[in-house]
Ligand binder design. Structure first.
Ligand code: HXC
Length: 256
């Protein structure tokens, strides 16, 4: 089965479905690469005006694929293909909407936070649980949370790994629209249809201008976060965190 489903919702709107339901749509390298390639195609295609990304089977995505993460080490470094996939996703120039139901965790939450508009079901569950695996968010999620939420709430989320509901994410300013259970995709597609009627050039420059205020000046912080994530990949605590997840037991961290 294909890990990414791609369809035209209407003339100007592409719908991308993360489709690994047996592992809660966990983002492995192939799925990330397929997503980056689909966004590259959408960027090149003048008829595409807006993209909606969502997850199959009532969940957005439960993060990076932990089986792959177990094999990763600090020495993978800049040659790691995932880095390029994330960069291509983050540089998509047209409006990108994430429609979030169910679990939206770790790298899945980071992907949703890359989107320009985030539509959440009120009972969705968002969070950055990487700390429980001895890691930190590695794809810009920590920085995007800090930019929007400020220090206190971001510290709480990334140090505890606790989740918040979609309703809370909306109240805290992370999401642009909040809807009932099961309504996120339709709500996002309706917004996408409206955007598809807008002026593409002005939309592209508006996106650039907002990101210039909220992200461009923070590039050093994004880079520090990425390097810290890579460093943690080779620690005993990461190995213990992943072993504990697989054994379905609490981890016992050593600080090494
Ligand atoms: C691989 C995963 C997975 C993941 C779930 N599964 N999340 N596999 N990678 N991220 C698998 C489980 O092992 C299980 O497989 C199946 O999906 C269903 O999961 P359950 O735990 O049985 O379901 P449930 O009780 O509903 O709990 C769902 C869940 C939980 C809350 C999402 O699975 C969970 O906590 N997952 C891990 C979330 C996480 O830590 N994400 C951050 C990853 S690190 P079996 O074979 O048992 O059926 C990260 C770093 C990003 O994202 C870095 C970016 C650069």
């Amino acid at each position: 089965m294909t890990d990414l489903l791609e369809s035209r919702h209407d003339a100007g709107v592409v719908r991308l479905t993360l489709n690994r339901p047996t592992v809660r749509n966990a983002l492995n390298t192939d799925l990330l690469g397929a997503l980056a390639s689909a966004l590259d195609r959408a960027a090149q295609d003048e008829t595409v005006r807006c993209v909606v990304v969502h997850g199959a089977d009532s969940h957005f995505a439960a993060g990076a694929d932990i089986d792959e993460l177990a094999e990763r080490s600090a020495s993978d470094g800049p040659g790691d293909p995932r880095l390029g996939h994330w960069q291509r996703i983050q540089r998509f120039p047209k409006p990108l909407i994430a429609a979030v139901e169910g679990y939206c965790l770790g790298g899945g939450c980071e992907l949703a936070l890359c989107a320009d508009l985030l539509v959440v079901a009120n009972d969705a569950q968002l969070g950055q649980p990487e700390i429980r695996l001895g890691l930190i968010p590695g794809a810009g999620g920590l920085q995007r949370l800090a930019i929007t939420l400020g220090k206190a709430r971001t510290m709480h989320l990334v140090l505890t790994g606790e989740r918040i509901s979609g309703g809370q994410a909306y109240d805290w300013g992370l999401a642009s629209q909040c809807c009932g259970h099961g309504e996120a995709l339709d709500t996002a597609l309706a917004t996408a249809e409206r955007l598809a009627e807008g002026p593409p050039l002005a939309q592209r420059l508006a996106k650039q201008a907002v990101l210039a205020v909220t992200e461009t000046s923070q590039q050093a912080a994004f880079e520090l976060g990425r390097r810290s994530f890579e460093l943690l990949l080779s620690t005993d605590d990461k190995a213990e965190g992943i072993a504990a997840f697989r054994d379905k037991r609490p981890p016992s961290f050593s600080g090494k």
